[in-house]
Design a protein around this ligand. Structure first.
Ligand code: AVJ
Length: 327
């Protein structure tokens, strides 16, 4: 069965756009201009990201897919599968293709669980639910569109079950360091002793391999970044000229921060919902950070946010880890 239990964002029209508009205007009014990568995922952005995940240079998805295909049993070996019922909550579920391996493993093991995917994109949740129903019969799915913590609050209201929380795809890497810490702490507030958190972290590796993943030869990442300007034009009545911005990627092997920028190609003024924003020639707009971790940094994050590191499940290249933590 599939039901959308809650559209966590209050309404479909005005409030969402106001938040989007305010975030955009605030980001572009700072001395160091920025836009939030959480707005990358409109329908065109979802499609671009799906193409990125399939492209040769973007290794992350294939690595994590391998872990889910080959090591589903290891990921949940801490669970006593027969016996207690549990909720499998997935934050930022996306198209859910990796998770299908785990769902199949759990349902073949006759586990008594519900699958509760949460995503900011209602469109991708439809894709996800259709895909699961086509591939695995018999999974009890309830999806949540919107904010992770609003969804977790909602889940706590209707369920007392044990939780296994998935936060895959290196989505955690999109948070600045302090936010990442706060996020894990807040997540812990929705979990009880014995609950599991399985997080995907992209690991530090040859810096060239990392840079190539975010500066792919097909130009998909470039399009993915520019698409946010296109979205702002369409949804907020702006007049960005996409050809006046160029994508630029950096990687810092010390901090592990892989960052993308759009660089203004000329002095220009853009109008957004009646407000004028000026860009100087060569001025950067910070778009996204995708942070890379060492295994030690992963374990430290667990310990400093109130979790116990249980195990590391790595792909065969050792490029990506799914870390299992227990609350
Ligand atoms: C979906 C956030 C994990 O940071 O690797 C892919 C998004 N950005 N290419 C990432 C992304 C550019 C991706 N995450």
């Amino acid at each position: 069965t599939h039901s959308v239990l809650a559209h966590v964002q209050e309404a479909e029209n005005a409030p969402v756009n106001t938040t989007f508009l305010n975030d955009v205007l605030r980001g572009l009014s700072q001395p160091q201009k920025s836009l939030s990568s959480k707005y990358f995922y409109d329908e065109a952005g979802d499609h671009l990201f799906q193409r990125i995940m399939r492209c040769d240079d973007y290794y992350l998805t294939r690595c994590e897919m391998e872990v889910f295909r080959e090591k589903a049993n290891e990921l949940v070996s801490e669970l006593n599968i027969d016996g207690a019922e549990f909720d499998l909550v997935e934050l930022g579920a996306g198209d859910g293709i990796k998770t299908r391996h785990l769902l199949r493993y759990l349902s073949e093991a006759n586990a008594d669980f519900r699958y509760l995917p949460v995503d900011i994109s209602g469109h991708i949740l439809d894709v996800l639910c259709a895909g699961i129903q086509q591939n695995i019969s018999d999974v009890d799915i309830h999806s949540f569109e919107g904010d992770y913590f609003a969804a977790l609050g909602e889940i706590d209201r209707f369920s007392q079950r044990r939780k296994v929380v998935l936060f895959l795809g290196s989505n955690i890497g999109n948070m600045p360091v302090e936010d990442c810490h706060t996020f894990c702490l807040r997540l812990g507030e929705h979990m009880h002793p014995g609950d599991l958190l399985i997080t995907g972290f992209d690991l530090k590796k040859d810096p060239r391999t990392i840079l190539r993943a975010y500066d792919d030869s097909d130009g998909l990442t470039r399009e993915f970044n520019l698409n946010l300007l296109r979205r702002i034009n369409g949804e907020l009545g702006a007049d960005f000229r996409l050809e006046n911005f160029e994508h630029f990627q950096t990687y810092n092997p010390v901090s592990g921060a892989c960052q993308s920028y759009l660089i203004s190609q000329k002095n220009q003024t853009v109008s957004i919902a009646g407000r004028s924003i000026s860009f100087e020639k060569h001025e950067p707009v910070f778009m996204e950070v995708s942070r890379k971790f060492s295994l030690t940094e992963v374990d430290d994050l667990a310990v400093t946010t109130g979790f116990s590191p249980v195990k590391h499940c790595l792909d065969s290249k050792g490029w990506f880890v799914n870390a299992v933590w227990m609350k």
